[in-house]
Design a protein around this ligand. Structure first.
Ligand SMILES: [Fe+2]
Length: 466
């Protein structure tokens, strides 16, 4: 029988700042902060959201600097204020309002600001992000909210923004895309040195825009993996239709999945090969191998995963949507063929060393799950894409967040560093921050956190935040 998973989808309301007690030894070289983002509360003001993706954004900062400190804070957004007043009903998949109200709250005048997906640095500013182009700035020291940031310049922009920007290590710019809706809709790709200045890279016109949660960046190309989960933009904008935002998207497997390959220098769409239909949320990394583009991507057969992430199901142990496959796609812009290889089965939230972004990587770190999933991810897995070898770490009582690899600054091997992961211990009703060895995944240190942290989404390690 599936285990109950109410813990992990619970709400916390306390905001703390404290030093943590540590068992084991944190490597001397480890300095900086992991900032994680995700839902901190699902109930507030007497109402509850329906979907995991709609929990109220909470930032958690884990700092390594002569000891380990922790602090957490809700983003003080309009969504947060509305929730406290008992009025929260906006979001990704929560709510019964009309589509016009939905669009108004999600993508139109003042887009939905519950930025609970990830935190990124863009230029000198730190932003919490969701899938609208209305970002929420925060103070990286105190985690206090510092208002909204929106691009308001002459370059093309859209109503939906990808939450998973890609940093170009060569320029430190953030590359991203937005979706503009209309009789002909467009994906606009751009690069930013600061949140309010952008260079237009290129645009692709489409009849029916797809839901794409992330994309791939290489030194010379942007690749939008366009799953056949699409919306009719005019129906989307028509008044009177009912339902949450995501319910307006439709699975059309006959379209297949299309890789839109944009040349970053010219902005031209240089290839658009199609392969069989599949769906996915996260690209782990991408790189160029000769004339080929290599994309490692977490896939699931179709977007029924989204339906399975409603809280009722998750809390009662219906977790099957959480497990996917790590697959490698090879796209040659000169060929219509797409090569597809499974690297690992039973995984979620794949990441690579930030030192390998846009470059060839060998190792992928991810949550490990059984398929079909009967438990929240119960392990951390390291996948060697070259040999197929794996290493795992896991305690049967614990459930793990997305793992974040931090390279040792003087290291030469790709896996010379540590993996930071938050473990939730069901039985003890407590979370720990774990420091694992990047090569073996053995435990180096464990810091006890003051509360059990609900399952969150994504983190970034910022070496400059000490
Ligand atoms: Fe994500």
């Amino acid at each position: 029988m599936a285990r109950q998973h109410a813990l992990g989808f619970h709400s916390i309301t306390d905001e703390v700042a404290r030093e943590l007690s540590v068992n084991g030894t944190v490597p001397d070289w480890l300095s900086g902060s992991l900032v994680r983002n995700g839902p901190g509360a699902f109930e507030l003001g007497g109402r509850s959201v329906d979907h995991w993706f709609d929990g109220l954004a909470m930032l958690h900062r884990y700092t390594f600097d002569d000891g380990v400190t922790y602090r957490n804070r809700f983003l003080r957004t309009e969504a947060y204020a509305a929730a406290r007043a008992g009025e929260f009903d906006g979001g990704f998949a929560t709510g019964e309002t009309t589509l016009r109200q939905r669009l108004k709250s999600f993508v139109l005048d003042d887009p939905y600001d519950n930025a609970n997906v990830i935190a990124e640095r863009v230029g000198e500013r730190y932003l919490a992000l969701t899938e609208t182009p209305r970002w929420v700035a925060f103070d990286p020291e105190t985690l206090e909210t510092r208002g909204h940031v929106r691009y308001d310049g002459p370059e093309p922009s859209g109503r939906l923004a990808c939450a998973h920007m890609n940093r170009d290590p060569a320029t430190d710019q953030m590359v991203n895309f937005e979706v503009a809706f209309g009789p002909t809709s467009q994906y606009h790709v751009y690069a930013m040195s600061t949140p309010t200045e952008r260079d237009h890279v290129g645009s692709v016109s489409v009849e029916e825009p797809a839901y794409m949660h992330s994309f791939a960046l290489t030194p010379n190309y942007v690749v939008l993996t366009e799953f056949p989960f699409v919306v009719d933009p005019m129906a989307f904008l028509r008044p009177g239709k009912q339902g949450p935002f995501v319910d307006n998207f439709e699975w059309k497997p006959e379209r297949g999945t299309r890789f839109l390959v944009l040349d970053r220098a010219s902005g031209d769409l240089v290839a658009e090969p199609r392969t069989e239909p599949f769906f996915g949320f996260h690209h782990a990394n991408a790189y160029e191998d000769g004339d080929e583009l290599v994309l490692d991507l977490e896939t699931v057969p179709d977007p029924s995963a989204i339906d399975s992430l409603y809280l009722d199901g998750l809390r009662s142990g219906d977790l099957d949507a959480l497990g996917g496959r790590l697959e490698r796609f090879r796209v040659d812009p000169a060929s219509p063929a797409v090569d597809r290889t499974e690297l690992y089965r039973g995984t979620a939230l794949p990441t690579v060393s930030p030192a390998r972004w846009c470059r060839e990587h060998r190792y992928v770190y991810a949550q490990g799950t059984d398929l079909p999933v009967t438990e929240w991810p119960g392990s951390v897995v390291k996948i060697d894409a070259e040999t197929g070898d794996t290493a795992t770490f896991g305690d049967p009582d614990d459930h793990y967040s997305e793992p974040i690899f931090v390279p040792r600054p003087a290291g030469t091997r790709e896996d010379d560093g540590v993996v930071l992961v938050v473990a939730l211990d069901d039985a003890a009703e407590r979370s720990d921050l774990l420091v694992l060895d990047g090569e073996s995944l053995s435990e180096l240190a464990r810091a006890r956190l003051p509360h059990a942290i609900p399952f969150d989404f994504h983190g970034r390690f910022f070496p400059e935040l000490t």
